[in-house]
Write a protein that binds this ligand. Structure first.
Ligand code: SF4
Ligand code: SF4
Ligand code: SF4
Length: 171
């Protein structure tokens, strides 16, 4: 394999894998996003919630810790390529995940901010001895909007891909 062919193969493989961790805008292509996105940046200012930025490589990402996504589709509608598409909005692969080690409530500090912010009733608490309460997140109800992450004073809410989307990504 020539050096050029080898480099192309490397870049192609990277393009297929690179979105495993990044939270791309709703409607992002599952595979090949890196090849479809021209890094024009048009989607970033299109977001009325101001929760989009670009990563170190210049590709757009959604920062769910800075606000919640309404899934309005404005970012997808602003995209001139197939990198973002309105038809794929329902395929949002992310859901919230509460990191117990950081959660105040799990350490006995009264806090229900994530539950109070969730319009979908996806978070409830189970009381424990010693004044603690463990947050329980219903993955079937969570839409991955980020409202809970935005208000969490401990930064205890992160986002994970639904398992079925993870396997699609790695095929
Ligand atoms: S769907 Fe709407 S709120 Fe969500 S990132 Fe795109 S423009 Fe922003
Ligand atoms: S808002 Fe954060 S610290 Fe408070 S209960 Fe929820 S996850 Fe825990
Ligand atoms: S991401 Fe949205 S729907 Fe899911 S638990 Fe947080 S606030 Fe509720």
């Amino acid at each position: 394999m020539s050096q050029l062919t080898s480099r192309r193969a490397f870049l192609s493989a990277r393009t297929l894998r690179e979105d495993t961790d990044a939270i791309r805008p709703p409607g992002a292509a599952v595979l090949g996003f890196g090849a479809l996105c021209t890094k024009c940046g048009d989607c970033v200012p299109a977001c009325p919630e101001g929760i989009m930025t670009v990563d170190a490589d210049g590709f757009p990402v959604v920062e769910l810790n800075s606000g919640s996504c309404t899934f309005c589709g404005a970012c997808a509608m602003s995209c001139a390529t197939d990198a973002l598409a309105v038809e794929r909005l329902p395929d949002w692969p992310w859901h919230a995940a509460i990191q117990g080690a950081a959660c105040l409530s799990m350490r006995g500090v009264s806090c229900r901010l994530c539950q109070d912010s969730c319009d979908h009733g996806a978070i409830r608490f189970r009381l424990q001895p010693g004044g603690r309460a463990d947050p329980l997140l219903d993955l079937d109800t969570c839409i991955g909007c980020g409202a809970c992450a935005h208000v969490c004073p401990a930064g205890a809410v992160t986002f994970e891909r639904h398992a079925n989307h993870q396997s699609e990504e790695i095929q």
